[in-house]
Design a protein around this ligand. Sequence first.
Ligand code: TAP
Length: 480
Amino acid sequence: MVSTGSTNESFEYAPAPESRGIVDIKASYGLFIDGKFVDGRGEAFKSVNPATEEVLAEVSEANEADVDAAVKAARKAQRGWARMPGAERAKYLFRIARIIQERSREIAVLESIDNGKPIKESRDVDIPLAAAYFFYYAGWADKLEYSGFGSTPLGVAGQVIPWNFPFLMLSWKIAPALACGNTVVLKPAETTPLTALLFAEICQQADLPPGVVNILTGAGSTGQALVSHPDVDKVAFTGSTAVGRAIAQSVAGSEKRVTLELGGKAANIVFDDAPIDQAVEGIVNGIFFNQGHVCCAGSRLLVQESVAEDVLERLKRRMGTLRLGDPLDKNTDVGAINSAAQLSRIRELSAVGEEEGAERWSAPCELPSNGFWFPPTLFTGVSQAHRIAREEIFGPVLSVLTFRTPAEAVAKANNSPYGLSAGIWTEKGSRILQVASELRAGVIWANTFNKFDPTSPFGGYKESGYGREGGRHGLEAYLR
Ligand code: TAP
C-alpha cells in the first residue's frame, strides 16, 4: 500500500499497476535504415528505466557513416514518395494512425517504462494525441494546394527530438513531413529511444515504402552529424535553447530550412477574481504534468497579491495529495525524473533558489529508494532577478511571484528571455483578451493549461525558437 502525504489527511490506496507483459523489449536494437533494422557502427549504449535504474536494452549508436546511409536512403525514396498522389500518401498516414490506436496500450506502457512518465499521461495524452496528429496530417496530404504554402516538398528532413514526449514529438515531426511529400531521418533522445524504434516496426507493419522513414538512435554527436549532413534539406529540432543556437549557427549560410522549438519559462497568471479551486488545478497541471518536463510548463506562478495567501494555502494542500511513485501505477500523478543528469540539474537550480533567498516548500511525499525522483516543490519569496525565475528548471519546481495590477502582471510575465506559452485565470473575458494581446508568448491558455490539439499551431518567440508545429501553419515548415 502506498500513502499520500497530505498536509491534512493521509490515506492509503491499493496499487493498480498496468501490466508490462504487453511490451516485448528486445535485448538489443539496431538502426532503422531503408526499411530494415541494421547494426550501427558506433558504440552501443544502454537505455535505462528511470524509475528503477534497470537496464532495458542495448541500443546502437549511429556514427557519421550510418547518418550518411540513412540520408541516402531517404533521398532515394523521396522522389517516389513526393510523386505519389496525395490521396495515396494519406492512406499510409491513416494506416499508421490506426496502428498507433490499435497498439496504443503497448506504446503507452513502453513510453512509461523508458521515460518515467505516469501511465495515465502516456495512455490518455501522449499516445492518443500522437495518433491524432497522424490522422490530422493525413487529411492534408491531398489538399496541399489549399494550404497557402504551395504543394512542393522540401526533400529530406533531418529531425532531432528530446526525451520529454518521445512518441508525441516524433508524431509532431514525422506526420506533417510525410504528408507534404518529404522523407525523414529522425534521431530520438539518447535516454528515450525505445518508442521511436517501436514506431519503426509500425512503419514496417504499415508497409511504408523503404527509406521514407529512417530512425537513427545515438547521442548528441549523432544529432550533430544529421543536422550538418550536406544532403539534408530541412532541419527540425526540438530541445534546449543552447543546442538550438548551435544548430542555427551550423546551418547558417547553407540553403537548409530550419525550425527550432526550444525552451520556455511560462507565466501562469492568476487574477483575484479567478475561481481559485479551478486555478489551483490548472497550476498543478501546468507544472507537475510530466514531472514539469514540459517546454511550455507553467513554471512561474504570478498570483495577484490580494489572493496570494489563499491560493498558496490551497495549492500546498493540493500538492500534498499528489501521488508520486511507480509510473506504471494507474493512480500515479508524478513519475520519475527522466535521467540522473536531469535530476542533478533540478537539484542544482533548486539549491541556487535557496541560496538566493527564496523559501522552498516540498510536498511531504516519500521518494522511492531506487531511480530518479524529485518531490513536487514550490518556491515563495522569488524575485524576478532570481535564477529560478529566469532559467528553465525542466522539473517539478514552481516559482511563485506576486503582482498588484494587470499591467504589472504583463510586465513580469514578459520579463523573460523565453516566449513560448502563458496561462491567464480570470472571470472577465475582456481581461483575457487585453492581457493575451500584450503577452509575448506563442501559445496562451485562458482558464486552462497544457491543452494540445493537432489543428492548433504551437511555437515560440524570442529564445523559445521559431517556426510553428501543428495546424495548417505546421505545413509551411515542410513546403517550398
Ligand atoms: P537537448 O540536450 O537540446 O537535446 C535535444 C535533442 O538534441 C536530443 O535528441 C539530443 O541528443 C540532441 N542533441 C544534443 N546535442 C546536439 C547537437 N549538438 N546537435 C544536434 N542534436 C543534438 O535537450 P533535452 O535536454 O533533450 O530536452 C530538454 C529541452 O528541450 C528543454 O530545454 C525543453 O524546454 C526543450 N523542449 C522544447 C520543446 C518545444 S516544442 N519548444 C519541446 C520539448 C522540449 P541526446 O539526447 O543524445 O543528448
